[in-house]
Design a protein around this ligand. Sequence first.
Ligand code: NAP
Length: 253
Amino acid sequence: MKAFITGASSGLGREFARLLSEQGYDLILVARRKERLEEVKKELKTDVAIYAVDISSTFNCVKLFNKIKNEPIDLVINNAGFGVFGDFYETKLEDELDMIDLNIKAVHTLTKLFLKVFKERNRGYILNVASIASFFSGPQMASYYATKSYVLHLTEAIFEELRREESSVYIGSLCPGPMDTEFGKVANVGFSLKKYESSEVARYALLKMFERKRVIVPGFSFRCFLFLSRFVPYWLQLRILYTIQNKKISQKM
Ligand SMILES: NC(=O)c1ccc[n+]([C@@H]2O[C@H](COP(=O)([O-])OP(=O)(O)OC[C@H]3O[C@@H](n4cnc5c(N)ncnc54)[C@H](OP(=O)(O)O)[C@@H]3O)[C@@H](O)[C@H]2O)c1
């Protein structure tokens, strides 16, 4: 059993690595900070290969895939991602384009490349880390929310293609709410909502992924929030979300 995890140098990705290693998986871990990946590797008991690669470059994604494509990988977690916070007219274009390259293009590329291999073998799991943000438009985090909508909708469509073919390959989306990771520091925001422990989110996500759940939303309160949001008109959702996002300004890190 071998798993490939992007963004494994901190937060949720590191927790996935810990849990999967406990379950006996050998691992291929990817992130830019080599020393952090080495720290994670030292903690784990199974075989771990680390790749310090910036996967926001499509060239790097393809090169990395070509290096590892013959490994017996049966689980891929596209987890690396970050957010940009602020009014759209003020946020830096370069930051947003980097975010689109990572949150969208890297997930898209790695999903396509691994899916081809998994389909040939008719087995394998792909878990794409989206967000609770995937279901909404997010004033003051406009492009981040949009990137996560892309991840959810891409993954949902592929799920249906695989289901129609009665494929044994699984693909699903993980849609967490705020977590206690480095995400806030990178996006330079604090959260107004309660933060979930990334270890708990990772544990729940793996449980539901192995049950082949299509969309995984950790936390009862977030599942209720999503359900109730169906009854709120869109114009009101936008106003509520602006207020939630705006509270983050006063909690800037
Ligand atoms: N935390 C939250 O509140 C929250 C909520 C919903 C969804 N999410 C999603 O959960 C996922 C994990 O985020 P997190 O919360 O665990 O944040 P995090 O602690 O900041 O982890 C992000 C990971 O992505 C890696 N990464 C960033 N840019 C990269 C690049 N260009 N190439 C390769 N790796 C890169 C980082 O490592 P390096 O810096 O070493 O490259 C790090 O390992 C993200 O997709 C995020 O959007 C987070």
